[in-house]
Design a protein around this ligand. Structure first.
Ligand code: PMT
Length: 222
């Protein structure tokens, strides 16, 4: 008991989409189902970590072995939950598809259709959870995801550097790939290396990702 590549470590995983409310009945969301992040949480728990899973609005059961689950809706709520959980964590894996923008104002009443006129929504920028963590004095080991439709490698390596991450898992999305599906393919990048993980189930992929995270964590943090 207590063995495993992540034994003794606290790991926070974010998963799923965020919903940014427009009014009491409408929101801006995205296609993330949470499956990739939930698989990472399960694999990290199986590797011996004490896992906190911060989940956006998804309809998935809590994976076996996950110590704590916090359900959130918006990017702001996800950021608050992640920052709180990451205070004493050694590793953060950001698999959530966090909305980059939210409506500047949330209407208290359902917006009424104005026939014949276009509706303009003003959007405000959301905080970047990974960048906020990276700016802390002693950040956890940071693993980001990059979901791209084009130029996956270039954008992913740029996010690795810009967001000051220890590792990034890049996936191509769109046309049924990445989001929602039961399988996926990832390319991992870290500051001085990379590894392709071929298409397989999200469960199998998550186990391979966790092996690499554990190895890199041990290499740079002892
Ligand atoms: O949930 P599934 O249906 O299984 O689909 C899986 C997935 C495609 C959602 C997943 O594999 C994935 O790629 N997740 C990240 C999606 C994403 O938002 O990527 P991004 O390139 O926009 O963001 C880059 C990184 O910054 C991500 O780690 C994201 O969590 C983080 N981020 C983004 C915006 C923000 N405000 N704060 C953040 O921390």
């Amino acid at each position: 008991f207590g063995g495993g590549a992540l034994a003794g470590l606290k790991v926070v995983v974010s998963a799923g989409p965020t919903y940014e409310d427009i009014d009491p009945v409408r929101f801006i969301g995205n296609r993330s189902s949470g499956r990739m992040g939930f698989a990472v949480a399960e694999a990290a728990a199986a590797a011996g970590a004490a896992v906190t899973l911060v989940a956006g609005p998804v309809s998935l059961p809590t994976p076996a072995g996950v110590a704590r689950r916090v359900d959130v809706r918006s990017a702001a709520q996800m950021q608050a939950a992640v920052l709180e959980a990451a205070r004493d964590a050694q590793i953060y894996v950001g698999a959530a598809a966090v909305g980059d923008y939210r409506p500047q104002q949330v209407a208290e009443r359902k917006l009424k259709k104005q026939a014949g006129a276009d509706l303009v929504l003003q959007l405000a920028e959301n905080p970047d959870i990974l960048a906020t963590l990276a700016a802390q004095p002693a950040p956890p080991f940071l693993v980001g995801f990059a979901a791209e439709t084009h130029e996956v490698a270039a954008y992913a390596q740029d996010k690795l550097r810009r967001k000051k991450l220890d590792m990034i898992a890049a996936n191509e999305v769109g046309g049924g790939r990445g989001f929602e599906a039961g399988d996926n393919a990832l390319t991992l990048y870290w500051p001085d290396g990379s590894l392709e993980l071929a298409r397989t189930s999200k469960a199998a992929l998550a186990r391979r990702l966790v092996e690499q995270v554990a190895a890199r964590y041990r290499a740079v943090r002892g």
